[in-house]
Design a protein around this ligand. Structure first.
Ligand SMILES: Cc1cc2nc3c(=O)[nH]c(=O)nc-3n(C[C@H](O)[C@H](O)[C@H](O)COP(=O)(O)OP(=O)(O)OC[C@H]3O[C@@H](n4cnc5c(N)ncnc54)[C@H](O)[C@@H]3O)c2cc1C
Length: 485
């Protein structure tokens, strides 16, 4: 039986990101993936939000994605556009990049980090004991791991086999989605009727046509057929536009469910395995990637035995509320898109509200995940929030904060007297950087905040401690997050 520190079930966006994070920390990790390649059957994520671009920037790989996609204002609440170009981030935009392009780029990075992907096989079961997990594969082999992470999507076998409750709402609406050719020129753009919103579009000239149709009924078994697509087109547009040559036809719903617990002993859940919701607002892939960045360094420290297992509880404590908030806002977006006069009136009201600065900033910061505030207690507004990517002056010359995070190591950033802190006991774990920064401190939504004298930054880019010119609380924060000495 092959042994690994961590086995990840599922090599989609979440599993890949988690594997990269673990590999950066030197952990022996393997991905088990059902698909033969990163090719995707069907349409999935259409782009990245600002915070996801930031976390990729923190690892030095944002440019790979930016150069493959199209930088633009992608944010929208129930299709009401939200501009974030005034947000205090280097990436004050989103990135239009299909998941089918996103995944291979991420997989290349994971490959460079040396992570093996066992393809064309599935995790079919597992049994955990006090020291590890036996992971059964579909090819009749098994793996032994210290931890198993289910990144195996919305129908997660890991979640089901662990018996973790997946509570939430059944679907109220179903959409058919297809990539096809048409003999006649269709009506491109959105169409609203009493059933809902429908859309026909083409990514680029010469590419196949994409169709999204709200269905009249919610209950269906399996993927739709070409005949069902024709019928649905005729029902909405009065013609099927001579539709033919489907690359794929599938459907999705507004089912909203979340795992009651993201951890059960040595088994953890991340991404769609932990939360499913409709695609309104484009948050699923983004949330999964950020789950992975929250979990990766914590799991690495537990495996390395620098931190106790209890550190893993902070993964659920921090990410479950974020997932719950995503479910909540997608429910609101689905409700707002209902096609009747009363909902249209509500939508008009929301459009007016979101045209005002304060509501726009709040909702856009939530959708882009730039406003995430992990509950790390009372204190400076930076505590528990994302560290801004400041341009620093260091003894080694100018450096961006995100560049200093490329190796996914924690960092004490001292902006006061050089050498003002003695953290030599943690020297093998925590980078100590003396730097000068004379600019503004501005956070999304909150605006300007007082300049701190020092900050302790976690590998995921969130601030774990803020110094007021003394080292009060620093040892406790170092111990809590990076282990005792
Ligand atoms: C129509 C549509 C539009 C969307 N638009 C957006 C968007 O614009 N923005 C956004 O952020 N998100 C969007 N999403 C959501 C996004 O696609 C998902 O949230 C994202 O794919 C989740 O990534 P994941 O890695 O957690 O799960 P998945 O992508 O589902 O990956 C799970 C992986 O696990 C593998 N697997 C499953 N079971 C096993 C097993 N037992 N053993 C081994 N391997 C297994 C699968 O083959 C798969 O590769 C959209 C989704 C849909 C359906």
């Amino acid at each position: 039986m092959n042994e690994h520190a961590v086995v990840i079930a599922g090599g989609g966006p979440t599993g890949l990101m988690l594997a990269g994070e673990l590999a950066l920390a030197g952990i022996d990790v393997v991905i088990v993936e059902r698909r033969a390649s990163q090719d995707l059957d069907g349409s999935r994520g259409g782009g990245l939000h600002s915070r996801t671009i930031e976390v990729l920037d923190q690892r030095g790989i944002a440019e790979r994605f930016l150069s493959a996609g199209q930088v633009m204002q992608v944010q929208g609440f129930a299709l009401i556009p939200l501009d974030i170009s005034d947000f205090p981030t280097r990436h004050n935009y989103g990135l239009a990049l299909w998941q089918s392009h996103f995944e291979p780029i991420l997989a290349d990075w994971v490959g460079e980090l040396g992570v093996p992907i066992l393809r064309e096989r599935e995790v079919v079961g597992f049994a955990q004991d006090d020291t590890g997990v036996d992971v059964e594969l579909s090819d009749d082999t098994s793996l032994r791991a210290e931890y198993l992470v289910g990144c195996d999507g919305g129908r997660s076998l890991i979640r089901n086999a662990a018996g973790i409750d997946f509570a939430g709402l059944d679907p109220s609406t179903s959409w058919m989605i297809a990539e096809v050719e048409m003999d006649e020129e269709p009506e491109f753009g959105f169409r609203h009727d009493s059933v809902g919103t429908h859309a026909i579009g083409r990514r680029e000239e010469g590419e196949p046509i994409r169709v999204v149709l709200t269905e009249r009924h919610v209950e269906h078994t399996g993927d739709p057929s070409m005949d069902e697509l024709r019928e649905a087109l005729i029902a909405v547009y009065g013609t099927d536009y001579g539709v033919h040559s489907a690359n794929w036809i599938s459907r999705f719903t507004d089912m909203s469910r979340q795992a009651a617990s993201y951890r059960q002993g040595r088994v953890l859940l991340a991404g769609d395995a932990a939360h499913v919701h409709p695609p309104q607002g484009g948050q699923g892939l983004n949330t999964g990637v950020q789950d992975a960045v929250n979990l990766g360094w914590k799991l690495a420290q537990v495996v390395n035995k620098t931190s106790p297992e209890s550190l893993l509880d902070s993964y659920h404590a921090e990410r479950h509320p974020v997932g719950a908030r995503v479910l909540h806002n997608t429910m609101a977006q689905v409700a707002l898109a209902r096609a009747d006069d009363r909902h249209q009136a509500l939508r008009d009201t929301m459009t007016e509200l979101l045209g005002m600065d304060e509501p726009r900033r709040r909702i856009a910061a939530m959708l882009s995940a730039l406003d995430i505030h992990y509950d790390l207690g009372e204190g400076h507004p930076l505590l528990g929030r994302r560290m801004p990517d400041l341009d620093l002056h260091t003894a080694d010359g100018p450096k961006r904060v995100f560049t200093l995070l490329h190796d996914a190591r924690p960092m004490l950033l001292n902006l006061g007297e050089p050498g003002g802190f003695d953290i030599s006991l943690w020297a093998d774990r925590v980078l100590a950087i003396d730097a000068e920064y004379g600019g503004d401190w501005e956070l999304p939504v909150l605006g300007h905040v007082a300049a701190p004298a020092a900050v302790l930054i976690r590998p995921d880019g969130y601030v774990a401690w803020v110094g007021d010119g003394t080292d009060t609380g620093l040892r406790d924060a170092l111990t809590t997050w990076f282990g005792s000495r």
